[in-house]
Write a protein that binds this ligand. Structure first.
Ligand SMILES: Nc1ncnc2c1ncn2[C@@H]1O[C@H](COP(=O)(O)OP(=O)(O)OP(=O)(O)O)[C@@H](O)[C@H]1O
Ligand SMILES: [Mg+2]
Length: 415
């Protein structure tokens, strides 16, 4: 009985009886509701799966919280919540993120892994960018000074080498030369480069959707959706996690069937789809090279190495299996694979997830140059503002169509 009592006490001390309420408070804080508690994880959208991962971590409340790209898939509301959470976290937080705004709001040290070196800078991301530039500028400055000194000493040595009266001075110059340390210039960062190949122009009307509806079992994702998309439009599909963005894009790409209504594609439309989870588009057992080779046409075979090179895969990498690639590498490979198919309609679901800041800018440029039509989802505000000229917004189960930029759209809506 005593043993029973002791064990009971130990369980109480360890918070067994509070765990239920703790789980609920964290899940509700993250926006889940009572009904969600008994659902299976695979029924949730990308952003909500991310929250489930976070909830598990938060429940453990470790002394050091390690977060690898926690903002991927999160909508603005969840991002803001996470920012506040990290700022007020009692323990230490080490995180990886490619989101400039998020980093600036959360971190006070930035460590950079570059050219086999790890250097820590004090301050947030913007400060890091400034300090890093100063650091690089300084290295170049000292490299220039080094070259000047070496040139000066070498000239002196060569000039007086055979002059007996200057022998000791020449010797000391030789010693000086030995002592000057050569600054090591870090290698330039490699950048991906690409353009989306355009196929022949489509007709003016690209897609017409009427009385469109989709549900999973009894859950209606959207209904009564109508819209027409014309050539050259760049449409941002916006809305909270789980509102139906991916579902809409999958229906337009024929990845899933819709339940009601019609989708009509215009004359000569050639579409190309990028999934929110790039892994959905890749065969994990393939090597990188085979992954492209199997999708390339007869004339592209010779250029595959160049294409992989443009996405920073070296000759050593190309026989790796897709399954060993990191999230960022998979995203780059899926993008490379898209370039094998000329198109005039790009349907892209969160293409910026996993991409570093520079690659995001390069993707943005490539999309701006693209002459076709683009429908895309992104939670990256900078990206959406710079690309969209029309917005489809899911709100309270309805899809609103807004003709104009994202900035104008934000001014117009009140929430
Ligand atoms: N295979 C499925 N079975 C059941 N429900 C699903 C399935 N796929 C998605 N859902 C549900 O449909 C709704 C819409 O999901 P969808 O993935 O389209 O959202 P989303 O707007 O893309 O969200 P996110 O911003 O998180 O990616 C969600 O409530 C989701 O839980
Ligand atoms: Mg989605």
């Amino acid at each position: 009985m005593k043993k029973y009592g002791d064990l009971q006490h130990e369980l109480e001390e360890n918070g067994l009886y509070e765990i239920d309420s703790k789980i609920k408070s964290i899940l509700f804080g993250l926006g889940f509701d009572e009904e969600d508690l008994n659902k299976r994880c695979n029924e949730f959208s990308g952003g909500w799966v991310m929250r489930i991962h976070l909830a598990k971590l938060l429940l453990a409340s470790p002394e050091i919280l390690l977060l690898d790209e926690p903002t991927n898939h999160l909508d603005l509301e969840a991002r803001n919540w996470l920012e506040d959470f990290i700022r007020s976290y009692m323990g230490a937080v080490i995180l990886v993120s490619h989101d400039r705004f998020f980093l600036d709001a959360t971190v006070n040290r930035v460590g950079e892994l570059f050219a086999s070196d790890f250097k820590v800078y004090k301050g947030n991301y913007s400060k890091f960018e400034r300090l890093r530039q100063e650091y690089i500028d300084n290295i170049y400055k000292s490299a220039k000074e080094y070259d000047e000194k070496v040139e000066k000493h070498t000239k002196f040595i060569e000039k007086f080498r055979y002059k007996a009266t200057k022998a000791s001075q020449v010797q000391s110059r030789i010693k000086m030369l030995d002592k000057i340390e050569k600054p090591i210039i870090p290698p330039k960062k490699k950048r991906i480069t690409f353009e989306f190949p355009n196929s022949k122009e489509s007709g003016l009307k690209v897609i017409e959707v009427k009385d469109f509806a989709k549900q999973y079992d009894e859950k209606i994702v959207f209904m009564d959706v109508d819209f027409t998309i014309e050539r050259g439009q760049r449409i941002a599909v916006c809305g909270k996690n789980g509102c139906g963005k991916t579902t809409l894009l999958k229906c337009l790409s024929d990845v899933v069937d819709h339940d009601m209504g019609e989708i009509e594609f215009g004359y000569n439309v050639k579409k190309n789809y990028y999934a929110q989870e790039p892994t959905e588009l890749l065969s994990l057992e393939n090597t990188l090279y085979d992954e492209l080779y199997q999708n390339a046409n007869f004339t592209q075979g010779e250029n595959l190495r160049n294409l992989l090179g443009a996405f920073l895969f070296s000759n050593d990498d190309i026989y790796k299996k897709v399954k060993v690639l990191s999230g960022g590498e998979r995203a780059r490979l899926a993008l490379a694979k898209m370039l094998l198919v000329p198109s005039n309609l790009l349907i892209m679901d969160e293409p910026t997830n996993h991409l570093d800041l520079e690659s995001k800018d390069i993707l943005l440029d490539a999309l701006k140059k693209y002459r076709g039509t683009i429908i895309f989802v992104s939670h990256d505000r900078y990206f959406v503002e710079n690309l969209a000229n029309r917005v489809f917004n899911f709100h309270d189960g309805e899809m609103q169509v807004f003709n104009g930029s994202y900035k104008d759209f934000l001014k117009k809506v009140e929430y």
